[in-house]
Design a protein around this ligand. Structure first.
Ligand code: BGC
Ligand code: CA
Length: 377
């Protein structure tokens, strides 16, 4: 054995001895480790796969941290409510996870939607009732769960509001819109003596009423006419029927009334703009608003389509129903109570004696139309 070979062999021996000294199990462990290696490699991509999952989980966790609020709109197919809904969605963004439901004008369906939202763990409810008398059933469901409820747009009775300490209302003072609409009628009637077409000093009017039993419809009908009478203008009601807040129904009624009364009608009063727009379409089809064939029409809401008609001179005026602020107040209150805070916490809203926030109306004519345009931007 030459020296070199001896050195190599002895070095190897030392190495083996050293290795086995350090780790007696090493020789047997080695293959196991080798087997484990590919497993570990396989595990690696799995771990990588887990990484994006964890990233995905992050925003979900953030969302889960936002309070969950259950909303219903009595029907999406309502011009004005579509603006309230938009305001709700804008104001809730980044602050609440909202469950939004179209109750399709069906109270039974809305009650089921409330059950579903409760089972999904909402922390508060914001309800635009289908039927204003439907509040008690919903209050009962909420009360069983200790859930706070904010009603909006369709005001429950004072009795229902008083039956549960954790319910509130966001809307308006309905009478105010009737008084303001009445004032527009008074001002324009006095400024245009030729609108009394038969010259009898009496205002012959037709009235398109909203949903019967809806506090806004009842109050607008009562106060618009009362304001005119109180201003010393004698009136005669030629027709009064419900157009259910709806444009198509408004047009159908106006078609029938025009066929029956023609120019004996001297003023068209509509509880909302959608019906006023329907009436205008009917009048246009009969040649009104061309030449000197004219008929005064007045609405409520001051929705963008109505503002266009005011500018064109086919709508005398409207009353701004502030969808933007009603949507905002609804979110503010529903969010606060979902978090267990005072409903008005951090807001400028105030509650009246029936726990209602009442967003003010504003009469709109060509003079101040910019205010309404700004509000519906
Ligand atoms: C609005 C109507 C709307 C109704 C729905 C009223 O305040 O003026 O346009 O159809 O609310 O409940
Ligand atoms: Ca007359």
């Amino acid at each position: 054995m030459n020296k070199k070979l001896w050195f190599v062999l002895s070095s190897m021996l030392v190495l083996v001895m050293l290795l086995s000294a350090c780790s007696p199990a090493a020789p047997t462990a080695a293959p196991a480790a080798e087997e484990a290696a590919p497993a570990a490699e396989e595990a690696a991509p799995a771990a990588e796969e887990a990484a994006p999952a964890a990233e995905e989980a992050a925003p979900a966790a953030e969302e889960a941290a936002l309070p969950k609020i259950g909303f219903t709109i009595y029907k999406y197919d309502d011009n004005f409510m579509s603006f309230v809904r938009r305001a709700i969605e804008t104001n809730a963004e980044g602050k609440a996870e909202i469950l939004m439901n179209d109750s399709q004008n069906d109270q039974a369906k809305q009650n089921e939607q409330v059950d579903t939202m409760i089972s999904k763990g909402v922390q508060s409810l914001a309800i635009n009732l289908v039927n204003p008398q439907g509040a008690s059933a919903i209050i009962k469901k909420a009360e069983e769960e200790g859930l706070p409820v904010v009603f909006f747009n369709k005001e429950p009775s004072a009795e229902d509001m008083a039956s549960y300490d954790k319910c509130w209302y966001v809307g308006t003072n309905s009478a105010e819109s009737g008084i303001m609409q009445g004032q527009i009628i008074v001002d324009t009637w006095k400024a245009n003596p030729d609108w009394d077409k038969n010259g009898d000093g009496v205002m012959q009017y037709v009235l398109l009423k909203g949903e019967p039993g809806h506090p806004d419809a009842e109050a607008r009908t009562k106060y618009a006419v009362e304001t005119v009478v109180e201003a010393g203008i004698p009136v005669e009601e030629l027709e009064l029927q419900t157009g259910m807040w709806d444009s198509v129904k408004g047009k159908e009624l106006m078609d029938a009334w025009l066929a029956k009364h023609g120019d004996a009608i001297e003023y068209v009063i509509a509880n909302n703009d959608a019906m006023a727009l329907g009436a205008i379409a009917s009048l246009q089809a009969e040649g009104y608003f061309t030449g000197d064939k004219f008929m005064p029409v007045v609405g409520v809401d001051a929705i963008p389509d109505a503002l266009v008609q005011i500018k064109e001179g086919t709508l005398v005026g409207s009353v701004l129903n502030d969808a933007a602020n009603q949507g905002k107040a609804t979110v503010d209150l529903a969010l606060n109570v979902a978090l267990g805070k005072d409903p008005l916490d951090g807001t400028d809203w105030t509650l009246d004696e029936v726990k209602a926030v009442r967003v003010p109306y504003l009469g709109i004519t060509l003079d101040n139309i910019a205010v309404a345009e700004e509000s519906y931007k």
